[in-house]
Design a protein around this ligand. Structure first.
Ligand code: SF4
Length: 426
């Protein structure tokens, strides 16, 4: 096989076509000059993609005029790439102008399913301490498109590259036909396949879910969201076994990595309104992202919650961080946008890529310690994390995922029971 054939083979299996023409031509010219190997070429293409993704100097600017040999050329670019990943990120050269063309783009489809899409949490793993959450897909795919989200690898896009948001015409019926053991307590979340509130009561999904919760007081139904679309909650009686939880982050991450979702302020305001109506709320800090000065920025958000919410009405606070599988990394590299989310020092844990345990200890201990005033009243947990972190962060650990599940459900049911009492007497 001559070098041209090899080159064509490599680029066909890489993200080469996602690079602008000028960069493609540059890489082609350097490839023929230095005769890079298959692996070197594939990596150089990913480096070029990452430099653009991270809004750093492009590969054309990084390449020196001349190198003594291809090893020197490849190693130099790789070193620049590794150094950028090793240092804490800075969003100083990021601004809203980078996303001005980024709008929510999606099309809707209806489909007919013969049963409710109830299953095990899609990101749960036997290698991590997990709560055995059951997930109910009320809607397929999401319109918020957060840069790090694994949902993007679950669903396909339409021929215009837009998300296809799917609604099950039989959702109401399928929920009614769900066979649950009335003596069992179930913890079911609706925010894994899509955002739980961004669609409001479109296709009657919230109405169906409220009816389901009323019919099953032994179900803890969790709506997880980054939205402020709470109208249906404010206009209707909300079953007491519903918990509404917001995924929160610092303004820096909300603006740069979650910019199609509601702003931090709007999310907190929505949570306050729903809480004032007597609905139990909760907060997920997942992913906590490491970047320059991140601990101070997170502390400000934690303190805002401590100042604005009554812990009696807060069922949970969870912490988690970036964890990638290869298909999601691949998907992120095919997207034409700016994000620092892959510019981090990855550690491979069970074929998932994330921060090292030391970094995780720092961010989770800082978070939990800041919430000290709530330790006795709110249930705190780490989502999908190495079990060794629990003792370090919380001072205790579970013997198994089933034990974590039991304690979590007990804590939530206790909150639901107490929340009811308070409402009735007012
Ligand atoms: S801990 Fe997180 S990842 Fe694990 S099952 Fe629960 S929600 Fe899913």
């Amino acid at each position: 096989m001559n070098y041209l054939e090899k080159f064509e083979e490599v680029i066909a299996q890489s993200n080469y076509k996602n690079l602008p023409q000028t960069t493609q031509d540059f890489i082609r010219q350097k490839a023929f000059l230095y005769q890079f190997t298959f692996q070197e070429l594939k990596q150089l293409i990913d480096f070029a993609i990452d430099f653009r993704l991270w809004h750093e100097a492009h590969i054309e600017a990084i390449f020196k005029e001349e190198y003594p040999n291809k090893k020197a050329a490849f190693n130099h670019v790789k070193e620049v790439w590794q150094n950028l990943k090793a240092k804490p990120n800075s969003y100083e050269n990021f601004s809203p102008t980078l996303y001005q063309d980024d709008v929510r783009k999606f099309s809707f489809k209806s489909y007919e399913s013969s049963k409710a899409a109830l299953g095990i949490c899609p990101v749960a793993s036997p290698h991590t301490r997990c709560c055995n959450l059951l997930t109910l897909d009320a809607v397929q795919s999401c319109g918020f498109d957060c840069s790090y989200c694994s949902i993007q690898s679950f669903y396909n896009k339409d021929n215009k590259g837009q998300e296809i948001i799917g609604f099950d015409k039989n959702f109401k019926e399928n929920l009614k036909n769900l066979q649950l053991d009335p003596n069992e307590v179930y913890h079911i979340g609706t925010g894994q396949s899509s955002d739980s509130l961004m669609w409001g009561n479109k296709e009657g999904i919230l109405e169906s879910l409220f009816e389901f919760a009323f019919a099953h007081p032994n179900v803890i139904l969790e709506f997880k969201t980054k939205s402020n679309n709470i109208a249906y909650f404010l206009e209707n009686e909300v079953p007491k076994n519903i918990i509404c939880t917001w995924s929160l982050n610092t303004p820096t991450i909300c603006e740069n990595e979650e910019h199609l979702a509601a702003s931090l302020e709007k999310r907190i305001d929505a949570a306050k309104k729903v809480s004032q109506k007597g609905v139990l709320v909760g907060f997920h800090f997942h992913p906590i992202v490491q970047y320059e000065n991140y601990l101070n920025e997170y502390a400000r958000v934690y303190k805002t919650l401590l100042e604005n919410f009554d812990p009696k009405k807060v069922a949970l606070v969870s912490f988690g961080t970036l964890t990638f599988i290869k298909p999601v990394i691949q998907k992120i590299r095919t997207r034409n946008f700016k994000s620092k989310i892959l510019q981090m020092p990855f550690t491979n844990a069970n074929n998932k890529y994330s921060y090292c345990l030391e970094t995780k200890k720092e961010m989770f201990k800082h978070a939990y310690e800041t919430f000290k005033p709530w330790h006795k009243e709110v249930y705190f947990y780490l989502c999908m994390e190495d079990e060794s972190l629990w003792k370090e962060v919380f001072g205790y650990e579970y013997a198994s995922n089933n034990q974590m599940e039991e304690f979590m459900k007990m804590a939530y049911m206790e909150k639901i029971k107490n929340n009811v009492t308070e409402i009735v007497y007012k």
